[in-house]
Design a binder for this molecule. Structure first.
Ligand SMILES: C[S@@+](CC[C@H](N)C(=O)[O-])C[C@H]1O[C@@H](n2cnc3c(N)ncnc32)[C@H](O)[C@@H]1O
Length: 231
């Protein structure tokens, strides 16, 4: 049984929640690297089958080896490709895009949206964990009409990570600076007294107070946060 890091466990939990909502089906791990998430999903019955995609040959081989060693060669496929290129999505798929930069995630999602019908996109779920540019990812998702089903925070080796579980299919909407930078659902969790989210916000306050000197969106977010000071 694979021991996942706190970050991968938090991603795995969101995948599990999405699979629970949709019922049995596939998990597609974009940028699977070591393949640990895919193996865990199969080991624990979260996924019937998995598809791993990797832009680099080396990590694709790691994923293949991990899946083979765990005995899941026949229930898995590893593709060397950019994002979801060449993957035909199916109703009920859960797609994970984790551990990469926000701009890369936006690029992968943009091509996916361009290649699939809105009807199909409504029938799949996305679990997204950006390493950076989180505010730009939230803005993009809202602008494309994605709904935030959940957003969670975890800590791993002294870093905070946030994980978004998304559905497609609303009208495009604007979040505004505060919700882009802090996260609409995380703000609700902080208001409800979630201690981890509150300490994440304390951390963001510090980072943003420096960044606000050169970033207008961050400055607006901080101003709005001070107006709605609920703590
Ligand atoms: C830092 S690792 C994260 C691995 C894993 N998803 C996780 O969260 O632990 C990022 C992986 O994504 C792969 N990658 C980066 N851009 C990609 C893209 N456009 N399509 C597929 N894989 C990509 C990299 O080769 C690398 O193996």
């Amino acid at each position: 049984m694979i021991n996942l890091s706190s970050r991968l466990k938090a991603i795995y939990d969101q995948v599990g929640a999405a699979r629970k909502e949709l019922g049995p089906g596939r998990v597609i791990d974009v940028g699977s690297d070591h393949g640990l998430l895919a193996v865990s999903c199969l080991e624990n019955g979260i996924a019937e089958t998995v598809i791993c995609t990797e832009i680099n040959e080396g990590p694709a081989e790691h994923s293949k080896d991990a899946l083979k060693e765990a005995g899941f060669e026949d229930r898995s496929q590893v593709l060397v490709t950019d994002g979801l290129d060449g993957v035909k999505l199916q109703k009920g798929d859960v797609i994970v895009i984790a551990g990469m930069g926000g701009l890369n995630i936006i690029d992968i999602l943009s091509r996916c949206i361009g290649n699939e019908t809105p009807e199909l996109l409504r029938e799949v779920r996305f679990v997204i964990q950006p390493q950076k540019s989180v505010n730009l990812v939230r803005k993009f998702l809202a602008g494309q009409g994605f709904v935030f089903d959940d957003e969670s925070v975890c800590t791993d080796r002294d870093f905070f990570y946030n994980i978004m579980r998304m559905s497609y299919g609303a009208q495009p909407y604007e979040l505004g600076a505060y919700k882009e930078c802090y996260g609409m659902l995380l703000i609700e969790k902080a208001v409800a007294g979630d201690e981890l989210v509150r300490s994440y916000f304390d951390h963001l306050d510090e980072v943003f107070s420096i960044r606000s000197r050169s970033d207008r969106v961050v400055r607006d977010a901080l101003e709005e946060r001070q107006r709605y000071d609920y703590f």
